[in-house]
Design a protein around this ligand. Structure first.
Ligand code: 7PM
Length: 282
């Protein structure tokens, strides 16, 4: 499997790491470290991106909207101001493959023009205009499942059969994409761990990860530092690396091709060993 990302080829015959570079001042795990007196510091963000690339990240994920429950909504203008200059700088200076974590059509178009190679949408292109905007970029898209809306999604998540319902939803979004001119060869699917899911739902999705996507469509798993690790193990966000690494390996063993993580070097080590055991001679 491989993905064609604006001239760069992403090899998915082995699991690849997507490193998270969050540009929101309230990001729960970066603590707003790229902000100096309320303004985004391009230099700091660039060196963080460079470090993740050196550690083996294949993709840098840049987002300007916090999806944390209770986070303040971000205007289109604000999101553009946070994301586009970073995409431009990281793509031109580092030549990195960038995915842009957005649900906003204008951010998709302007990020693509600034050099982004992939769209990562936690709303699976469901916002008005998003399907058409994403299609026009020609870029691959990660479609994520979410139940409810970020502000309230964790209040009472409910499913009859979470694996089958998430699968049905993702396949319906694949169809919507195909209808809008985005072929399935350009799609990645993601169950959206923690997005309107209890710990039991998240565990069931991890167990059933290999049943989620139609054959040939790669799967992305984002488990890094998530609150399910906090609840299951009783760990604060700074203490979730071992749990994150275990879940990244479990996801890779169940066929995830892209792991979205904060701790790139450690995850690359884990995935390297997993491949040596599970895919000898490759
Ligand atoms: C607060 C709550 C801050 C949640 C950040 C988050 C995913 C994603 C995110 C994911 C894809 C986080 C999330 N998670 N995109 N964006 N998959 N495709 O924990 O799981 O990083 S934001």
């Amino acid at each position: 499997m491989q993905l064609e990302c604006a001239g760069q080829v992403l090899d998915l015959s082995r699991p690849q790491v997507m490193g998270v570079l969050n540009t929101t001042p309230d990001s729960f795990s970066d603590g707003g470290s790229y902000y100096r007196s309320g303004r985004l510091d391009l230099g700091v963000a660039l060196s963080r991106a460079e470090q993740m690339l050196e550690e083996g990240a294949a993709i840098i994920d840049i987002g300007g909207e916090s999806t944390r429950p209770g986070a303040e909504p971000v205007s289109e203008q604000q999101e553009l101001e946070r994301v586009v200059p970073l995409v431009e700088a990281i793509s031109s200076r580092l030549g990195a493959l960038i995915s842009v974590d957005t649900s906003t059509p204008a951010v998709m178009s302007e990020s693509a023009a600034a050099g982004a190679g992939m769209i990562n949408d936690v709303r699976a292109l469901a916002r008005p205009g998003a399907l058409a905007a994403a299609a026009a970029t020609g870029l691959p898209v990660c479609l994520m499942h979410m139940q409810g809306q970020p502000g309230s999604m964790q209040q009472r998540p409910e499913y009859r059969d979470v694996v089958s319902e998430v699968g049905v939803y993702l396949r319906s979004r694949v169809q919507a994409c195909e209808g809008a001119g985005i072929p399935r060869s350009r799609l990645v699917l993601d169950p959206g761990f923690g997005f309107g899911k209890t710990d039991e739902h998240n565990l069931a999705l991890l167990r059933g990860l290999d049943q989620l996507a139609p054959a040939g469509i790669p799967v992305l798993a984002g488990l890094s530092r998530k609150s399910m690790i906090g609840r299951l193990l009783g760990r604060e966000v700074g203490e979730r690396l071992p749990g994150s690494l275990a879940l990244a390996m479990l996801a890779a063993q169940r066929g995830a091709q892209i792991l979205r993580v904060h701790d790139v070097a450690a995850t690359v080590d884990v995935l390297c060993l997993q491949q040596l055991v599970d895919c000898p001679g490759q």
